[in-house]
Structure formats: structure tokens, C-alpha cells
Ligand binder design. Sequence first.
Ligand SMILES: [Zn+2]
Ligand SMILES: [Zn+2]
Length: 248
Amino acid sequence: MNISLKFKQVLNASLLKPLLASFFKPYCLLCVAYEGGELGLCKACLSDLPWHSAPQCPQCGLLSNGLICGSCLNLPPHFDATYSLFSYDFPLDSLMQHYKYRNMLPLASAFASLFHSYKLNGHAGIANIDLIIPMPMHRDRLKVRGFNQALELARLISKSTNINLDYSTCQRVKFTPPQASLPLKERIKNIRGAFSCQQNLHGKNIAIIDDVMTSGASLNELAKTLKEAGAAHVECWVIARTLAKSNY
Ligand SMILES: [Zn+2]
Ligand SMILES: [Zn+2]
């Protein structure tokens, strides 16, 4: 049997058909629906995602009556506003874990498009944002993971908003264990002095992009660094936010 005939027979094997079809007609990223849509998600999965649309504190994004929450009043964070697309709940939490650790870059495109459609279109102050800065990743971690998920999101959001992307001004100069493994007090101590900013950002309005905001300790420390470099206004633009109690 010649090789091309054998190859054809393999291609026609019924077990391989769904696999081949998946290359040409997209499945939903979350389920087996035969409908990927522009964002890679079917309509049912899209509406089932944990959208963060409840009244929230405009500064930290936690649930409130829509006004600045008690935590932000008592101990104001260094960032001025938070825009989060989702709450960090099922199935988004597992989806984000896939994105972060299994190199699922197509998801970045879906998240960035959704963020643009559902958050930035209603953002009155977006015209005033001068720069987009992704949460920096330490070079040693970058070597292991191979990509910075925040930078991938920031590239796409910068493109869709026409706001300049700056991923070189700020560096992560301190290698820290993953924040998720640490209790809150340790997170705050751990992240102190983690960032360095090389340029004068005098008067700039900056949006920091990150995939998940948990305690907010990293975003708060980066916002502090940016303000020390002269930034006038710093916002957090994140895909998902844990909605436990405030604790940056
Ligand atoms: Zn689906
Ligand atoms: Zn707050």
C-alpha cells in the first residue's frame, strides 16, 4: 500500500473526523458546542460567565452600594479606579488557570475583546488615559512560563483602544513567590519594593492591565511605584476580580 493511500484511509477514520473538524470549524472554548463565534465562546457559555456587573466600589471594584467602600475610605489604595470584567468564580477561575499556565493565548483575544465591549465602551474617562502598562513579570519567571499573560492582554487592548502600550518603563526587580500561595500580610510584605520605574511619568494617566486581581497587593504596589514616578492617575483594568473582602 502506498503511503498516500494509507494516509487517506487514516484521514477517513471516523475517530479522527472530529479532531480534523476542530481545526477548520471552531468549537466553543468552554464546552463542546460546535460554535466558536468571533470570541471563541458559544452564546450559552458567554451568558453563564460570572460578569462583574453588581454595584461596586469604583476605586477597588469590590461589592458596595456603588460608592467608595469603607476600606478605600479608611486606607485609600494608590490606584484611583478599578474596572473588572468578571468576578473570579467558576468557570472563569479554571479558565484563567488554563490561560495562565497552559499557554492558551487564543483566550487572551477573547478576554480582550470582551473587556473592550463590556467595560471600556462605557468608560467615560478612557480618552484621558495616556498609557497602558501591563503588570510586569520577573525575567526568571518569564523564562519558565514563556509569556507574560498581562502583556498579551495589554497588547490587544492597546491595539483596540489606540492607547500607547509601554512594557519597558516598569520592571519587576524582585523575584517573589506566587502571591496566591501567601497569606495577606505576607503578600503585602513580599511585594514591597518589587517594581522599579525608569522614566518620569509626570502628569500621566495610566491603566495597569492584569489578568486577575486577588488581594490587590501587587496592583497597589505597582500603582505606588507609578505615582512615585509622577503619574497623576492610575487605574486597574483586570479581567477578573475576587470578590472576597477588601484587603489590598
Ligand atoms: Zn460553550
Ligand atoms: Zn473600595
